[in-house]
Design a protein around this ligand. Sequence first.
Ligand SMILES: Cc1ncc(COP(=O)(O)O)c(C=O)c1O
Length: 406
Amino acid sequence: MSDETFSGYLDASATAPLRPEARTAMLAVWDAGPGNASSVHSFGHRARSVVDESRAALAAALGVRPGEIVFTSGGTEANNLALIGAALASPRGRHIVTTPLEHLSVLESCRFLERVHGFEVAFAPVNDRGRVTVGGVMSLVRPDTTLVSIGLANAEIGTVQPVAEIGAALDERFAGSGTAGGGRPLLHTDAVQAAASLPVSLGALGWPGAGVDLMSVASHKFGGPQGVGALVVCAGIPIEPLLHGGGQERGARSGTENVAGIAGFAAAVTALHREGVGTRAVALAASRDALVVRVADRVPGARLTGDPSERLPGHASFVIDSVSGESVLVALDASGFAVSSGSACAAGSDEPSPVLLAVGVPPELARTAIRFSLPAPLPVTLLDRLVEVVVREVGASVLPARSERE
Ligand SMILES: Cc1ncc(COP(=O)(O)O)c(C=O)c1O
């Protein structure tokens, strides 16, 4: 995205702006006419080619084989399929290890497995920056653990977890117990936030055959369309489908493929990789660091949440003592800056964020959360303007002292 097209949209963690390459790819599919990828006529063949080429492009970008990608309706479905589909298909026990910081699509899938299938779920402890330790996770892993699910990066506080190290520790603990799925607990990572802004190499995560076995990604965080995503499933791992029907996606996910969405998804990921995820991450981190320093300097009571270094490159989240986060958000919006109070799913809720509570932020302070997630590096003039507006609006949104409120 160029500086010229950049606006004050600073909520990329909720959804990233559509990349022009994704738009072009989708328009090409729609303009080409009808086509169901399962039809045997030439229209169907054309749609099938789009899906196959997109699958190959996505696989190349993620460093996996095309057959390891299951297209879904997004990150939520990918996480449900990973948790429920992989856990139910696994011959191991009924025990899951995860963290209290996971996205609701992971946590609610765990609750479903507890409620309906008698699973037990253990939550790894996190420190006040939202990091788990390898030891903390491994201390909960039992001989009958089915699945370990650790999100690669948290949407609200941006903290990145040591997933590769957890994979290596699982491999070591269960060395000699046979193949993944039978011999050792499966490792799933929700990479919906991380994969679009960190140079996520599945090779570095131990793929294939070791480390991570399942990874969730979502198109709209890469600048592709909403409503499409994928679960990457390492070859040989059985998955119990959640959607039953025509057997698309090699039986793992029935339903007519979202051909245009899949094309847009692959085009966005390919464009991002062409641009260079690592280079982009460095530029984003420089903008983020400048924003963090300036807010910390100029806004009394502002505190960065999450880990200061092990965090998403374009992500800066704060709590600000004695300020109404919601009022600041509304005022920033009126000044042309779209930010968030936390995860998009929690927006509109009066409840303090469970993620902030889990990292020890008191409920009152958790209600003051503000998250900036940059879709692109901030031009200096925009950063200057943003900081001025934040300083002004935070000043205007200071709550009366508690004694005056009661
Ligand atoms: C970490 C994480 N996982 C999963 C999801 C859900 O993805 P989707 O919006 O594609 O359903 C999100 C959405 O923001 C997320 O941040």
